[in-house]
Ligand binder design. Structure first.
Ligand code: F3S
Length: 274
């Protein structure tokens, strides 16, 4: 049987880096280790870390109550106020913010300093977006779709001529972003655009499609409630018989001679894929 594992299966660079940083700390420090929010949306990894003594803190209140420990900031990043809070507590911390997200923090901070309005395409309730906006001291707005951008420019006509910096959450939908750019081109005269969508997800989906086109069966490994895993399953299912599994013991039995492709969602560790 031919088995082909997608090169882009599983963790993206930023998540892998953040998870590695937590495991590194386990061997390095005697102090309690905390992650600010779950380091990854994968129960097995979070449970494994818990067994090794790593705790998740969910709020600034919990953070303020810490008297000892090392705090790891996850790949989504945090607002500047949270970073300052950790520093004020005098606790050592590891910043595992993905460098691509860090770049948007910088853009947000600079636009405030330069008197520009910072406009972000993204979901205002997402931790990454909250973190980004928490680096912008100037006027800022979030839009989660082109329609919201159109409405914003209608309700705030002054934005059409003001200097704007327009960026996107790293996982923002590429098609919606393109529509937003069209609107901006049509209606605004002074907008600087920063293409900050990360292409890790797009690359994973593209490879899954290519693999599904050449294989007899596809296996997608990932959480049943993970939206990026479900998307991979849908893409593959258009081209061949596809199975979504969470664990190795759910693997179906295939007859000899078939070619089987394997891909995995962004929160699936390499050990589970293997
Ligand atoms: Fe991952 Fe960083 Fe991109 S966390 S999806 S590599 S922005």
């Amino acid at each position: 049987m031919e088995v082909i594992v997608a090169k882009t299966a599983g963790f993206c660079f930023g998540v892998e880096r953040a998870v590695d940083k937590v495991y590194e700390q386990i061997g390095k420090t005697e102090r309690p280790i905390y992650t600010y929010g779950p380091i990854i949306h994968n129960e097995e990894v979070v449970r494994d870390l818990e067994e090794k003594g790593v705790r998740v803190i969910e709020s600034e209140e919990e953070l303020k109550a810490l008297s000892d420990g090392v705090v790891v900031i996850r790949s989504h990043g945090v607002a500047q106020a949270v970073e300052e809070e950790i520093q004020a507590l005098g606790l050592p911390y590891v910043d595992a913010t993905c460098p691509f997200v860090k770049k948007i923090h910088q853009l947000a901070a600079e636009s405030g300093e330069q008197g520009k309005v910072f406009l972000l395409a993204g979901d205002k309730d997402h931790p990454e977006v909250k973190g980004i906006l928490g680096h912008c001291k100037g006027e800022n707005f979030t839009v989660k779709s082109n329609q919201e951008l159109v409405d914003l420019l209608k309700n705030h006509p002054e934005l059409r001529t003001k200097p704007l910096a327009f960026a996107a959450q790293t996982t923002f939908h590429a098609g919606e972003w393109e529509k937003c750019l069209e609107t901006l081109k049509k209606l605004c005269t002074n907008a600087a655009v920063f293409a900050t969508i990360c292409n890790a997800t797009a690359r994973r989906q593209k490879e899954a499609k290519t693999l599904a086109q050449r294989c007899d069966r596809m296996i997608v490994v990932g959480g049943r409630d993970s939206s990026n895993t479900a998307k991979l399953r849908d893409i593959c299912a258009e081209h061949c018989e596809t199975y979504l599994i969470e664990r190795a013991d759910e693997l179906p039995v295939f007859s000899a001679g078939l070619s089987v492709g394997i891909t995995a969602g962004a929160s699936t560790p390499a050990s589970i894929i293997k």
